[in-house]
Design a protein around this ligand. Structure first.
Ligand code: FES
Ligand code: FE
Length: 401
């Protein structure tokens, strides 16, 4: 990035007032967007999927954002490996389908053939001095957190050790390793990715925009009411591993470590799960013995979010396509032994977060339309937007670096 562009972004950052939403340029300037891709998306661990999506050797899926595409595959030896979906010959995309099963990966252009470990196996009619061993696919860092697959495109990815130490018990308890993907929906949102992330991080909008969610989640209540419900709930369940409270997020993460946060919050009106009327929707997860009327919020890295009810788990992520478009992917996970149609119905399982995400898509689009106006100016944030505020502080600091 040129000096001129960097100076411009530095000026935007300096002009930003704490406690206010971001200036228009942060949502529209392509140079800001490029800086975000470099300093956020290419530097952090991103949630790509779950091992249950690729149970057999040869199974693969792709993980795409901005101009990048990563192939995540189960190799012949049973490992999960990740490589850039870019041919080493003249650069064609190799896997064109979002998922599938292949013994090896053949480029659709001139048929160079790679194994699932990324090694180039064959390339026709190449000069004698061509070295196949130097032309394997670009490797991508991959980490498995109890079945959850994360990738990081950085040469020096942040460490996941603190997170693994502190969250191991939680992953075990909810049986993350023994979950399966029941459903995945992608919502294309014509808005800057930050408007989607900021919206996810505050529940100021929950009461007016999400009647279905607000009926069963205490989080949608005003801060005082919520805090009271939360402390009663925590007191009633003291000492249980589900009730850990970890906040190593944003500025609270140790240098060199990926940030994370975990917290359990109460549901309302005897609700047991995230569903219509709070009714159970699937068999209990992991070694959970009974419903406690709560839901856990888990965040790993700055961009991956999980919501854990006692009988299902949701993975949430926002990935940019361009400065003015992002994709919100929602994945629903259940106990791997659960049988669709018998132990759970997809319709019931996905209802709450499908209606909620569709409503979010609308408000985020409207937000972008207003932000595009000549009359938009950063507005004061409420008390219920404190988490969004910490994200913005971290974001501005990260960009400034
Ligand atoms: Fe892949 Fe030519 S671009 S084989
Ligand atoms: Fe929302």
């Amino acid at each position: 990035m040129t000096r001129l562009k960097l100076d411009k972004i530095t000026q935007y950052i300096a002009a930003q007032r704490p406690g206010y939403s971001l200036a228009q340029a942060f949502y529209k300037d392509v140079d800001v967007y490029q800086a975000e891709i470099e300093h956020i998306f290419l530097k952090h661990w991103l949630y790509a999927g779950h091992a249950s999506q690729i149970p057999l050797a040869g199974d693969y899926f792709t993980f795409d954002f901005d101009t990048e595409s990563v192939i995540i595959a189960r190799t012949a030896s049973g490992d999960v490996k990740a490589h850039m979906n870019v041919c080493r010959h003249r650069g064609s995309k190799i896997c064109l389908e979002p998922s599938g099963s292949q013994k090896s990966l053949t480029c659709p252009y001139h048929a160079w053939n790679y194994n699932l470990d990324g090694q180039l196996i064959s390339a026709r009619n190449m000069p004698d001095d061509f070295d196949r061993s130097q032309n394997g696919l670009h490797k991508v860092n991959v980490a498995l957190l109890h079945g959850l697959i994360f990738v990081c495109l950085s040469k020096e990815p942040p460490s996941l050790s603190a997170l693994q130490n502190e969250l191991d018990e939680v992953f075990e308890l909810f049986g993350f390793n023994n979950m399966k993907l029941a459903e995945k929906k992608s919502y294309r949102i014509p808005a800057n990715w930050k408007l989607a992330v900021e919206n996810y991080q505050e529940c100021y909008h929950c009461a007016p925009s999400h009647p279905e969610f607000a009926q069963i989640h205490a989080m949608a209540k005003p801060p005082k009411v919520f805090q009271m419900a939360k402390s009663d709930f925590a007191q009633a369940n003291q000492g249980q591993p589900k009730f850990k409270q970890l906040n190593r997020y944003f500025d609270l993460a140790e240098v060199g470590q990926e940030g994370y946060q975990y917290d359990r919050n109460p549901l309302l009106r005897n609700a047991l799960s995230g569903s219509a009327g709070g009714k159970p929707v699937a068999p209990l997860l992991g070694s959970i013995q009974e419903y406690d009327g709560g839901a856990s919020e888990l965040m790993i890295g700055p961009l991956s979010y999980f919501l854990i009810y006692d009988d299902h788990m949701l993975g949430y992520r926002f990935l940019p396509n361009s400065v003015d478009e992002c994709i919100c992917d929602v994945s629903w996970y259940v106990n791997e032994s659960a049988v669709q149609g018998k132990d759970y119905q997809l319709e019931q399982l996905t209802w709450l977060w499908d209606v909620t995400t569709q409503a979010d898509k609308k408000i985020i689009m409207n937000n972008q339309k207003g932000v595009d106006s000549r009359y938009y100016q950063p507005g004061r944030l409420s008390e219920m937007e404190h988490f969004q505020q910490s994200f913005l502080t971290w974001y501005l600091k990260t960009l400034a670096e």
